[in-house]
Design a binder for this molecule. Structure first.
Ligand code: MN
Ligand code: MN
Length: 459
């Protein structure tokens, strides 16, 4: 089967729309570098589009009707959006599900120390990273410090031009003979990923004067004590905005595109659709990179609870109706695929790899090796999606994640499939996935948004 680059199919009008979506996407990436920041931005956009807080509706015992739009936030890190369609919920929903957490370095709970008159924050990495990629580059601190009295300080240092940044140092090449002989996994080990945060001693302080000075500054800026690190969630991420990439500006380079590229296009599609037959749902969840665990991960019951509340607000909740609703739903697990990298072509099987600039990617299954841990979408479902995409002029490709014996990966697809609903992985091809800066094609972002709109309207 021949597959083609799609750039030359675009009219002026297409290119205009493409640039508009990608411009908004660049902003989204730049304001949302943590799951909390993403939830804040998603809720802001949803409210602007007429969405209401489901919790408030439940509290006031108000009812919901066809056409209503609600959002449901779980612990400020996961959010579900619903747009009620004309058909009864029992007939199922059309669901888009992406994740908004990305690999990074988290600050430990007792992190601050001084060594040789340098102050450091000790970190614990989150998700799958090549540790050696995180040294010698500008890093920012994003997150929240919750004090004992319950008040919270939002932290974001390293993004404004006037802000300082932070870094993890690396051994100079001149002395790295032994280091360079090590395996890549050991070149920089997890406990070496400590963030350099200061070097100026506090006057008249005898012991750990540099650390004391950092604490003084934290107290002044954020009113925080050292013990407040215990109840903080601080994430270390690459500093700086998302950028256009290439002479032709055809690509985007940014931190966190796995999976904010699918989160953004899902959100944008969700906010665009109107007058729906089936209820549309958009899940933007936390903890995918560590196995979808915890209260804010996809394995949590927050989603089921939200659907139950909605049914209740519509006056037709029962255990059986809820089960029917979930079973009859269809889902696109919106997550990224490994884009074919010509520099590393030996790890891909070209006929079944995704290419940047070839359109949205469908993956019938994920998992690794003998399809272990895979959600395998039904042929019937794929046939329906092919029809839907062709009828609506969406360019798509199909792909696996690399060669069969090489490795693999998973998404939240298998979790939703447990309800007995149809689920398939569908998203954007990415280069340097899980690297501090990941690459996507603007054409794929445009097609993915179109795909998601088409799905919500027609599935
Ligand atoms: Mn992902
Ligand atoms: Mn990932």
């Amino acid at each position: 089967m021949e597959r083609k680059n799609i750039w030359n199919n675009y009219t002026e009008k297409d290119l205009k729309k493409l640039e508009k979506i990608c411009k908004k996407y660049l902003d989204f990436l730049s304001v949302g570098k943590t799951e909390r920041e993403c939830v804040r931005e998603i809720v802001r956009q949803a409210k602007e589009a007429g969405y209401q807080d489901l919790e408030e509706i439940v509290e006031k015992e108000e009812s919901l009707k066809v056409g209503d739009k609600v959002y449901y936030v779980c612990m400020k890190k996961t959010v579900a959006l619903f747009h009620i369609g004309e058909k009864p919920l029992e007939e199922g929903m059309n669901i888009l599900g992406a994740h908004i957490d990305s690999p990074r370095l988290d600050v430990k709970q007792n992190p601050l120390y001084e060594k040789a008159e340098m102050a450091y924050l000790d970190t614990h990495y989150y998700g799958g990273i090549k540790k050696y990629q995180w040294v010698s580059m500008p890093l920012a601190i994003h997150g929240v410090v919750v004090k004992k009295d319950g008040t919270a300080e939002t932290i974001c240092i390293g993004e404004k031009d006037s802000d300082p940044v932070f870094c993890v140092s690396d051994l100079l090449i001149h002395l790295a003979g032994e280091q360079m002989e090590k395996k890549a996994a050991k070149v920089v080990e997890g406990e070496k990923l400590d963030l350099l945060v200061g070097s100026m001693p506090l006057e008249d302080e005898e012991k750990d004067a540099v650390k004391a000075n950092v604490l003084k500054l934290l107290k002044k800026e954020y009113g925080m004590e050292e013990a407040d690190f215990i109840s903080a969630e601080l994430e270390i991420v690459p500093a700086g905005r998302a950028r256009e990439l290439g002479f032709d500006r055809s690509m985007i380079l940014s931190y966190g595109q796995d999976d904010r590229v699918c989160a953004y296009t899902s959100l944008d599609a969700m906010l665009e659709v109107d007058k729906l037959e089936k209820t549309a749902c958009c899940l933007l969840v936390d903890k995918e990179e560590v196995g979808s665990v915890g209260a804010t991960g996809m394995q949590s019951h927050f989603f089921e609870n939200a659907v139950a509340e909605i049914m209740n607000c519509m006056g037709n909740y029962s255990e059986l109706s809820l089960r029917r609703c979930l079973r009859n739903s269809r889902m696109l697990s919106s997550d990224v695929n490994a884009g074919y990298d010509p520099l590393y072509y030996t790890y891909f099987e070209k006929k079944n790899a995704s290419f940047c600039g070839y359109g949205v990617v469908f993956s019938k299954f994920t998992g690794s090796r003998g399809k272990s841990g895979s959600n395998d979408a039904n042929a019937e479902y794929l046939a329906a999606l092919r029809r839907m995409m062709d009828d609506n002029h969406v360019y798509y490709q199909t792909a696996e994640l690399g060669k069969v014996d090489v490795g693999g990966g998973g998404t939240i697809a298998y979790i939703l499939s447990l309800y007995g609903m149809e689920v398939i992985d569908c998203g954007v091809a990415v280069l340097s996935m899980h690297g501090p800066w990941e690459v996507t094609s603007k054409a794929d972002i445009y097609e993915t948004q179109k795909c998601y709109v088409t799905f919500l309207k027609n599935a």
